[in-house]
Design a binder for this molecule. Structure first.
Ligand code: NAP
Length: 241
């Protein structure tokens, strides 16, 4: 299986959960060091492929590397993503292009390149989207739009690729990860958003990455989810309830 954005945050928890469940995992991210730290922590030989998923030809190289290593590929977890926040009049429109490239186009390209393998194995795709793709989010409109596009891609491809390949998405609520630090906010803005989001979440807290990872395992498992495709599953402490 391929897990993108696996060096940090939610992706590292997903990689940990699927590896514990016995999967052969190719982990992808731009930086080698977090991938090495993950492999050390998980204590199982993970296959690290450092790559920028938006680079020309990257998807093909990643899929080929996974197949060369394990001889097959039965799942793709599109977790890598970027978030750049800011109100419409403040945010650099180039940030929108970046989010569309990383959050939408690259996942589609990885699925496309993996298709022959996924079809042969009756495999499965899980896209890590966001509640931001389903809620209105002033100050985070571009990020939300990119995740709404990923949700749409998930539902359309689920129909297009059935019955051989299942395509689902998890929509996490807020999880404490490096993403928040990289989103273009001051520390004070980050603290305020953290408090506001905790208050807006019925369960009263941020989620843990493993709470997302276990759901990814569940969706990938054909015994549990063999009849589930095109599902957008909020794992969000009730944020969208
Ligand atoms: N944290 C939350 O509250 C939350 C809520 C809802 C949804 N999500 C989604 O969950 C996913 C994981 O985010 P996170 O919160 O865990 O943040 P994170 O720790 O920043 O993880 C993002 C990962 O994506 C990788 N990445 C980014 N751009 C890449 C590129 N061009 N090529 C390859 N890898 C790339 C990063 O690694 P490198 O920098 O080494 O490339 C990083 O490991 C994202 O899709 C995010 O939108 C997060």
């Amino acid at each position: 299986m391929v897990v993108t954005g696996a060096g940090t945050g939610i992706g590292s928890c997903i990689a940990e959960c699927v590896a514990m469940a016995g999967a052969d995992v190719t982990v992808v991210g731009r930086r080698q060091a977090p991938l090495d730290e993950l492999a050390e922590r998980v204590g199982k030989a993970l296959h690290a492929v450092p790559a920028d998923i938006t680079a020309p030809g990257a998807a093909e190289r990643i899929i080929q590397a996974a197949v060369d290593r394990f001889g097959k590929l039965d799942a793709v977890v599109n977790n890598a993503g970027v978030a750049r926040f800011g109100r419409l009049e403040e945010i650099d429109p180039a940030e929108f292009d970046t989010m569309l490239r990383v959050n939408v186009r690259a996942p589609a390209e990885l699925i496309r390149c993996a298709l022959p393998q996924l079809r042969a194995k009756r495999g499965s795709v899980v896209n890590v989207s966001s509640v931001g793709g389903a809620l209105s989010m002033p100050g985070r409109a571009f990020y939300g739009a990119s995740k709404a596009a990923l949700n749409s891609l998930t539902r359309s491809l689920a129909r297009e690729l059935a019955p051989q390949v299942r395509v689902n998405a998890i929509l996490p609520g807020p999880v404490d990860t490096p993403m928040w630090r990289d989103a273009g906010m001051t520390e004070a803005e980050q603290r305020k958003l953290h408090d506001d989001l905790s208050a807006a979440t019925p369960m009263g807290r941020f989620g843990d990455g493993h709470e997302i990872g276990r759901w990814v395992c569940c969706l990938l498992d054909p015994n549990l989810s063999g009849w589930v495709t095109g599902a957008l599953i909020p794992v969000d402490g009730g944020r969208t309830a």
